[in-house]
Design a protein around this ligand. Structure first.
Ligand code: ZN
Length: 183
């Protein structure tokens, strides 16, 4: 199983690389890795396992965070309305997005970043993502608000982008005029 020692931190070159597309169909090893990534997120949200293995709770994980520069991400979370999302995705791609932006009022964090970083991270409020799921199905997801933000954070990792790259340097709490706070 994946534990915190498997997750690379800031300064590791994999976090700044553009990851490669996974050739379809994925190899057995790629499927196994993606399943383990999703399992890590579930474990990290289980109080007992979290404590036992000293995991940091996470809602998303991208392959580059394991030092693997392939376009694979896992997400496992509930949105603020209690709707559940749990996906392992190959080659996720944003195919359309809103003009309106949204940001988490509490800011963002990352399993690869061990220091608190304050500030708003403006992202698209709504996105449509195309991907291949763990079972090999081509899927299209329409996401908004928190779900859209989590997905964009993970897809950013595939392009070598960290969440704090989006924070306004002069004023970290500057909210763009077309951005809505999600709290
Ligand atoms: Zn992250």
């Amino acid at each position: 199983m994946i534990t915190m020692k498997d997750i690379v931190r800031e300064g590791h070159p994999a976090l700044r690389k553009k990851s490669k597309e996974v050739v379809m169909p994925p190899s057995e090893e790629e499927v196994k890795t993606l399943k383990k990534m999703l399992e890590f997120l579930k474990n990290s949200q289980d109080d007992e396992l979290c404590e036992k293995y000293k995991l940091r709770p996470g809602v998303g994980l991208a392959a580059p965070q394991l030092g693997i520069t392939k376009r694979m991400i896992a997400v496992h979370f509930e949105d603020f309305n209690g709707k559940k999302y749990s996906y392992g995705l190959f080659n996720p791609k944003i195919i359309s997005h809103s003009v309106e932006q949204a940001y988490l009022a509490a800011g963002e964090g990352c399993l690869s970043v061990d220091r608190p970083i304050e500030g708003y991270v403006p992202r698209y409020a709504r996105i449509t993502v195309k991907a291949t799921d763990i079972e090999g199905n081509e899927i299209k997801l329409r996401l908004k608000d928190y779900a859209a933000i989590v997905m964009q954070h993970e897809i950013d990792h595939l392009n070598g982008v960290m969440f704090y790259d989006h924070i306004n340097e002069d004023n970290p709490f500057h909210a763009p005029s077309n951005a809505r706070a999600i709290e």
